[in-house]
Write a protein that binds this ligand. Sequence first.
Ligand SMILES: [Zn+2]
Length: 107
Amino acid sequence: MNVRKNDTVMVVSGNSLGKQGKVLKLFPGKSRLIIEGVNIVKRHSRPSQKNPQGGIVQKEAPIHLSNVMVVCPKCGKPTRIGYAPVKDATSGKDKKMRVCKHCNEMF
Ligand SMILES: [Zn+2]
């Protein structure tokens, strides 16, 4: 998965095309994710303890990973992601950093 929780992503396909939001939740097994304020669906729910009134609840629905691009926090553009090995200062081990294909900044 290129996308991580709290990343900002842009939707590049489907109904929510062009919308941006923060990643709230990832479903790695399903290659899906939930983005704050994107792909809102209305659920009609019966009254429950959590929601004693019942009625219509608006909620983000998961969308497929292939429909989003990560927005680079450095240059603000939606981008493909590369990887670069970086030596971790504390452990001395190589770790992979993500690299923006636009500005080549690591994040
Ligand atoms: Zn960038």
